[in-house]
Design a protein around this ligand. Structure first.
Ligand SMILES: CC(C)(COP(=O)(O)OP(=O)(O)OC[C@H]1O[C@@H](n2cnc3c(N)ncnc32)[C@H](O)[C@@H]1OP(=O)(O)O)[C@@H](O)C(=O)NCCC(=O)NCCS
Length: 257
């Protein structure tokens, strides 16, 4: 017998165990993040139970775009012994149906492989690329921008196009979950994680990127082009797939769910 529903509080450890088994994560370290991340919401941790045993899982995250609401889907996993029986697809279908009912019908996810998601109505919208930045990079001596200024600049950017992701307090908390400092750049700012940059709100090229030498950019191809991020090389990393999305979303990888 198959049952599909959000998990109950007491089922969190089993959910975490399954997540760690499928994605080969260290249970202790994953557990700290799992329970403390700002989007942790038991009602958004879905599981498929096969004869009472948790076999397949996924997590949804609420997203607010200019055009309306959507969900991000992540951590889709089925226990190895139950793969290929249609369980992942069944779970996704139920979650998408529920999202439709709650008027959160649009969905996006990052994937390495399209097969399962195409069967559930997703199409490939874009790809995530990684590459070394083709510009001088140096960690700055100047002070970082205060968060309030970063938030203001981001909000101005976000409201000027319907496909841009809006950030409320909880999303900013999530954003702050990873330590990054933002430095002023032409037309906005660049968020620095020393060896990687997942967010650069710029209208012109900065003289120096606030990163270590050989640092990498990680972003959607469309955003990379729109912002004019200069890359020496690029590697394909992930696909961005969407269902009922009116256009390609404009999101930074710092919002990856
Ligand atoms: C992806 C995964 C959740 C599918 O679960 P499942 O219960 O076997 O799914 P279904 O039986 O409904 O569908 C199976 C189809 O998924 C496809 N698939 C396998 N791995 C996939 C992946 N990583 N992403 C998308 N589709 C995948 C297969 O091609 C298969 O189709 P086929 O039987 O025609 O070859 C499962 O393979 C898994 O847990 N993989 C490891 C974790 C993972 O990579 N998750 C995806 C993160 S983006």
């Amino acid at each position: 017998m198959i049952e599909i529903r959000p998990i109950h509080e007491h089922e969190s450890p089993a959910f975490l165990n399954l997540l760690c088994t499928v994605f080969e994560l260290d249970n202790g370290r994953a557990g700290t993040v799992f329970y403390s991340e700002p989007f942790f919401d038991i009602r958004r941790k879905w599981a498929l139970f096969l004869d009472g045993q948790m076999a397949s899982i996924l997590t949804t995250t609420p997203l607010q775009f200019g055009f309306g609401k959507a969900i991000g889907i992540a951590g889709v996993g089925t226990l190895i012994e139950h793969r290929g029986k249609g369980l992942g697809q069944k779970l996704l279908e139920v979650v998408l149906e529920e999202a439709d009912k709650n008027r959160e019908g649009a969905a996006i996810l990052f994937a390495h492989n399209e097969v399962l998601y195409q069967r559930c109505g997703f199409t490939t919208l874009d790809e995530v690329i990684k590459g070394n930045i083709n510009a001088p990079c140096a960690l700055p001596h100047e002070p970082a921008l205060p968060l309030a200024q970063v938030q203001e600049k981001y909000a101005d950017w976000a409201k000027s196009h319907p496909m841009r992701l809006h950030r409320d307090d909880r999303r900013w908390k999530y954003w702050n979950f990873v330590f990054r400092e933002c430095y002023s750049a032409p037309g906005g700012y660049i968020a620095s994680e020393t060896t990687i940059c997942r967010e650069a709100l710029v209208t012109d090229q900065p003289a120096k990127w606030p990163l270590l030498n050989n640092a990498e950019w990680y972003g959607l191809r469309s955003m990379t082009q729109m912002l004019g991020v200069p890359l020496i090389n690029e590697q394909h990393h992930l696909l961005l797939m969407g269902r009922n999305f009116p256009d390609v979303p404009q999101i930074f990888m710092s919002d990856q769910f």
